[in-house]
Design a protein around this ligand. Structure first.
Ligand SMILES: *Cc1c(COP(=O)(O)O)cnc(C)c1O
Length: 382
């Protein structure tokens, strides 16, 4: 059995403590308290107040999207995104088996089904090559829509996920989606601040969904956001996520089935303060990653995962690749026994009871990663 004590010592040293080191914890070093107090002092903690509009405007500026609509979680940002691009019951959606459950839950809420496409070894995200191969083999275009020839179901959307903040080859996925009349929704839950060829992730698809859960790079307690290039679609999203109420001083009339997905003012206040420090956090995370990268060059049979050409990753969660499944288990055991929190990648979606019957393309790289990847401490150091 390999001995990982040198790695454990390095991680303790890097975070400057002998105590327990968590995987990823939030940092509140800016105006968080000030803005929260302002909410409480003015009583505007809920659906009225200035922080929601301000947070959305600042996010438009930060990401370069035409419109940003914040909501109560990344999961419902994904749910709403899929509805907005027209995914319906029994549609199929191309996505990754290597993702957090929320991606698949969101499409299940609509009654759509995932088709699991393999990931790239270079990005850990949806592979345009594998996607193209599956489409060439299985898809046909009828009346301007893509259908799965074997199941007869419409293939309505594609949801790539920027794993751990590392952007997928999104430009190629954009082209394939256009060729096959497939709507593109980016699961950018983990990739606030990450860019592909200088453009912010979540702004390539028709909609991009971002999460502000407590373990993400910046947090609003719980929260999410949709990014749009189409301003009208963004306005519709805002309307539907706020109960589809027709604005009026006293009348309560609604013109859609709406959702109460609005982000409360108090959460947006936290978000505004967090956003002020986002670039500092990313700088710190990338510095941590650089130190890991250097260190792991000298460790046999371990590889530190780095972002690929043309990309700028926020390094939300750092990942190492072990030799095999046995080494993965040994490493998990030794680190967690010695005050360094680590965890394997998520159980693959196609191995969960809800999705085990869903179609997949063999998932060669996906399974390879599942047997080898371990996430190591990634918190911001300030
Ligand atoms: C965190 C996350 C989500 C969901 O975000 P919540 O805000 O927790 O609902 C969705 N997809 C991925 C890949 C995530 O990591």
């Amino acid at each position: 059995m390999a001995d990982y004590s040198e790695v454990i010592r390095f991680i303790h040293r890097m975070y400057g403590t002998d105590e327990f080191i968590p995987l990823s914890v939030p940092k509140f070093v800016g105006n968080e308290k000030k803005y929260l107090e302002e909410c409480i002092d003015t009583t505007f903690v809920s659906s009225v107040g200035k922080f929601v509009d301000r947070f959305e405007e600042e996010m438009v500026r930060y990401t370069g999207a035409k419109k940003a609509v914040v909501c109560v979680s990344g999961t419902n940002a994904l749910h709403m995104s899929l509805m907005l691009v027209g995914v319906e019951r029994n549609d199929e959606v191309l996505t990754q088996a290597l993702t957090f459950i929320a991606t698949c839950n969101a499409l299940s809420y609509i009654g759509a089904h995932p088709v699991f496409i393999d990931v790239d070894r270079s990005t850990m995200g949806l592979s345009p090559d594998a996607m193209k191969e599956w489409l060439v083999k299985n898809a046909e275009i009828r009346n301007g829509q893509c259908y799965n020839r074997n199941t007869g179901c419409r293939v309505k959307a594609c949801v790539p996920m920027h794993t751990f903040g590392h952007p997928v080859r999104i430009d190629e996925i954009v082209d394939i989606c256009a060729e096959y009349h497939i709507e593109l929704v980016e699961d950018a839950a983990e990739s606030i601040g990450s860019k592909f060829k200088g453009q912010h992730t979540g702004t390539f698809g028709k909609v991009g969904a971002i999460s502000f859960n407590g373990n993400k790079t910046i947090t609003t307690g719980g929260g999410g956001m949709m990014l749009f290039q189409d301003e009208e679609l963004g306005k519709l999203a805002k309307h539907i996520t706020t109960q589809a109420k027709i604005p009026h001083r006293w009348e309560f009339r609604h013109d859609h089935v709406g959702y109460n997905y609005r982000m409360p003012n108090i959460n947006a206040a936290l978000g505004c303060a967090q956003l002020e420090n986002l670039d500092r956090y990313i700088k710190s995370k990338r510095q941590v990653a650089t130190e890991y990268e250097e260190f792991f060059k000298s460790i046999p049979d371990m590889e530190f995962f780095v972002d690929s050409e043309n990309t700028f990753s926020n390094y939300w969660l750092n990942a190492v690749i072990l030799k095999d499944k046995e080494a993965q288990l040994d490493f998990l055991q030794q680190t967690n026994d010695n005050g360094v929190m680590t965890r394997p990648i998520w159980e693959l979606m196609n191995r969960l009871p809800m999705f085990e019957k869903c179609e997949n393309d063999g998932l060669k790289n996906t399974v390879w990663f599942a047997d080898r990847v371990v996430n190591i401490p990634s918190s911001v150091r300030l």
